[in-house]
Design a protein around this ligand. Sequence first.
Ligand code: ZN
Length: 317
Amino acid sequence: MMAQRILSIDYKSFRFQIFMCFSILFFLTSCGKEDIVQDQDPNDDLYRIPVVVHVIHKGEVIGEGYNLSEERILGQIETLNEDYRRKEGTRGFNDHPDGADTKIEFVLAKSTPDGQPTNGIVRINSTLVDNPIPPNHRFDYLAFYSYWDYEHYLNIWVDPLQPLAIDIVLGFGTGPNTDLPGNDLFSPGEPTQAEGVIINSFHFGESGIQSDYNLGRTLTHEVGHYLGLLHLWGNGDCATNDYCEDTPPVTSHNTGCPSNPPLACNGEPALVENYMDYNADNCMNMFTNDQVARMHYVLKNSVARKSLLDSPGLNKP
Ligand SMILES: [Zn+2]
């Protein structure tokens, strides 16, 4: 089972009520500056982030079991880009007045840290590796199998969890280190632990599993954390939430696909279609302008994020 310190920061399942309580206690100890970050980007240039997908499997041939097919991996990255670019004609599109194109794109790495050509996918047969890291230290445990320079790649681990973990453990993301309010609510990355995003293999990309989370939106959510977004409910208090003024303040998450959204603290409908809630994959389609401003601030000010933008991994060797 997963480490409490990880679960306390980011999971999408309502089933871990006890961990939720822990999270709220943890969050209540935090304090932050006032809203909000203004995006001062003078141009519309795209932010391009190189990605490496580490498929940790159990010895299956490619395309079977935990050794996911290349098609599924490519489809997942495509979904990620559709969501971040609010692409018309896809599930990631919305016409909400507060909805925004993040101008962030994700590119499977074209060169390795050693300057070799790559397709951005690493496959590790975990049954052949004696891993000394305790499995509940999940980021470090998976990083022992495979981990690329975190300052130049977004590391995504596809975690071969048991079927029992479906809908219970979806994914985790480490947060960036900045002076943004709410910085202390994130699961830390380096040097505390390996930095990146973990996705339960069953929830990675589109799959046939019986689940509200079978369309690959878990990665959209976790990368949101990686780029500096908090859950819409922040620390669970109406007054201090996610530090985005265009997401109505709420005290808790939603699940499923509510046709009549519950009301937020200010009487507006809760933004249940936002990626930083826990709703079903087929109900999500939105980042807001203020969320985008936070992500852009992170990409300009976090040491381990801005270095991604001129990574050699973006180019062929
Ligand atoms: Zn989350």
